[in-house]
Write a protein that binds this ligand. Sequence first.
Ligand SMILES: [Zn+2]
Ligand SMILES: [Zn+2]
Length: 244
Amino acid sequence: MIKRLSWLSTLKSVKVNRENATGLCVGCLSPNAINGLCGPCHADLPVNRWHCRCCALPLAHSGDGHLCGDCLKSPPPFDHSLIPWRYQYPIDNMISRYKYSRQHKFARPLIAGLSDHLGHALQNDDYAKPHLLIPSPMHPARRRTRGFNQARDIAEQVSKALNIPVGAGVVRRVRRVQAQRGLGREARLANLEAVFEVCAEVPERVAIVDDVVTTGATMRVLARALRDAGAQDIQIWALARTPG
Ligand SMILES: [Zn+2]
Ligand SMILES: [Zn+2]
């Protein structure tokens, strides 16, 4: 009888371990993870605390309502950006594993954190709730190589959390562009000309969803296309923003 009981308890502990294995922290393998990240690893994520109030570019100092030089010089065609983290270690690493190796477990804590961040912002009435989420479109050729559009994946999960529909087919990327990095501002905008095509009706309030916002040039062009199609309040929602 004793032998049987100990066999049963071994079985039980194997089961418990298996359950924990799905909940391990992707940062340190601690079993006390929520959405795949433990408390200390979550606290270590680089929060985008001080930033431009329009494009969320990280700034060195606090200051209510600060705008970055770019937004001051040339106001973008979008209204606000809600981007909780800075694109630096370990966020960069986690997003790369998700995007290029399709290891979705690395995105899970980030998408859950983004949804919480957005939920709080909308609850505090700081921002009007968008009518539609527009994933930043990917050229079909790139989607075939990558296997999925991460912007759409993020938008679909945020959609479930906040109960806002996703308009995946509203904008199409009709032309591939060369890499934006290393190009000057004017060249970047010229490079993006006629890249997007709006193919459906656009409601008054929309949020463009992406994984990372780098130069902001893509967001400007995409927001311009949506504004021309009738959007009046355009927000940018993303996981992380590069420092510049
Ligand atoms: Zn951890
Ligand atoms: Zn700015």
